[in-house]
Design a protein around this ligand. Structure first.
Ligand code: MF3
Ligand code: CO
Ligand code: CO
Length: 262
């Protein structure tokens, strides 16, 4: 069942979304060679509290930390640890979900660690972000969930990347994960029609090699089957009653914001 939101409900989700944005902005400069992901977890945890929020991942279905941190071949749900030390040339996804005012804001970015990267890895990261932003740009009256998935899949396949199918985007609001499931692959003109009041994430994970993943013994860490690297970007979106599409995890004035300014 989908919980449709009023424009007021959407306004109430904006503080959580903007806190997610702030956490990712602030974590960026902390990501450098030699840092361990437990330190990054502590940073996100404390900054969330300082802004009056709480970290939704902590204790969610038993997840032990406040943020998911997924380097290189980790597709998603990486558990921060002192033993995971970032190295020059790595990539790392940081996925934050603060709760503020009873609402969730869910966003992630893949960062480069240091400065040296292969062209292939750069293309992986940039294509994944582009797939998310292009998918957001397709949202308009008449668009279906399958169109979103198809947009992402087409961009991935053109760049010779695969789309992870084991994890999907989701409705979001008072709950971390609400209906509907938002697939990152699909067929044009198929699936549920989008409608005003929907608030949901799009969070494509694209891989250099196989789309297949397995889960470690810790029951969370998802890793590519072939060990090749994976990137992800995520935003929380809202469709307002006037059909303007708002990226809740970007400030309204941000240049990448899609909402038609009136
Ligand atoms: N933030 C993830 C998402 O985008 C969910 C993480 S679940 C957790 O949906 F328990 F690992 F936090
Ligand atoms: Co999400
Ligand atoms: Co997330």
């Amino acid at each position: 069942m989908i919980y449709l939101k009023s424009d007021n409900d959407i306004d109430a989700m904006r503080p959580a979304g903007e806190l997610a944005y702030l956490l990712l902005e602030e974590i960026g400069p902390q990501i450098k060679p030699g840092v361990n992901t437990e330190e990054l977890n502590t940073f996100v945890h404390n900054l969330t509290l300082q802004h009056g929020g709480i970290s939704a991942p902590l204790g969610y279905k038993g997840f032990p930390k406040s943020v998911c941190i997924s380097p290189n071949a980790v597709v998603c749900h990486g558990i921060p640890s002192q033993a995971t030390i970032l190295q020059e040339g790595d990539i790392v996804n940081v996925d934050v979900t603060p709760i503020l005012g009873g609402m969730h804001g869910d966003s992630s970015r893949t960062f480069f660690v240091g400065t040296t990267h292969s062209a292939e890895v750069q293309s992986l990261v940039h294509t994944t972000k582009q797939a998310l932003m292009q998918a957001i740009a397709t949202i308009q009256p008449g668009v279906r969930l399958g169109d979103i998935g198809h947009c992402i899949q087409s961009i991935a396949e053109k760049a010779d990347l695969s789309v992870v199918k084991m994890f999907v985007g989701h409705g979001i609001g008072r709950h971390f994960h609400e209906d509907p499931m938002v697939y990152h692959h699909g067929k044009p003109n198929k699936g549920m029609l989008l409608e005003p009041g929907m608030t949901f994430t799009i969070e494509p994970m694209l891989n250099l090699g196989t789309a297949n993943c397995y889960i470690l013994e810790d029951d969370w860490t998802a890793i590519t089957k072939d060990g090749k690297w994976s990137a992800q970007f995520e935003h929380t979106l809202a469709i307002r009653s006037d059909w303007s599409v708002e990226i809740l995890t970007l400030p309204l004035s941000h240049p990448e914001q899609t909402r038609t300014q009136t």
